[in-house]
Design a protein around this ligand. Sequence first.
Ligand code: PGA
Length: 244
Amino acid sequence: MKKLIAGNWKAYVNTERDADELFSLANSASSSAFDLVLCPPFPYLEEAEKRAKQFAVGAQNISSEKEGAHTGEVTAGVLKDLGVKYAIIGHSERRAEGETDEMVREKMTLALEAGLSPILCVGEHLETRKKGLNAAKDFIQEQLEKDLYKLQTINYKLIIAYEPIWAIGTGVSDKPEDTIVIINFIKEFLKTNGYKREARVLYGGSVNSKNILDFLSHEEIDGALIGRASTNPKEFTAIINAIA
Ligand code: PGA
């Protein structure tokens, strides 16, 4: 299976000029070796779509409402209409702002109905991980049960990003051998719960050009969701060169 690299720009890129530089770098990637997705802020999505040659475009979030009186929301329908292919759903930074599992499930449903490929983020807090990998598994299982409740019937290819919260933006990444345990657990959960199509499970949390191959050299890890490092032109170039 081809690895998937998704750049989650968050609010790190705040000018069109900086966005443009990253689009150009992404277009120079030799993308036959892997799938590359860029997730810029909403206002840059249209330009991203126009520029996308060697990458696909994803949104960082979608509304949990289909349409209607919801000021400031961006619906799955709008994103689909723009040509966006992917959407990050349930990122821990959004969950920290009050997004519940019920909202995450709603977003998953709306994304799938619109024909977007959701990248569902799951992962445990530090207190949970300190109790060990089994505690982390329990936490993630609960998220998966709620976020994907009764979504087995839709025929789609799932993408899950395992992002331990304590590793996001901290410079402290997970140990690849522990990541593999969790990723295998997620794949096993999906298999035994009726998700027929093989899922891609990514790792995210302080991935950079130095450690990316420590993760991607393992066949169990299907790719990476990269925040800050994907928005630094030098780092981003080093990352895509490392994988290519
Ligand atoms: P980070 O973020 O690479 O900056 O740790 C990853 C993410 O939150 O998707």
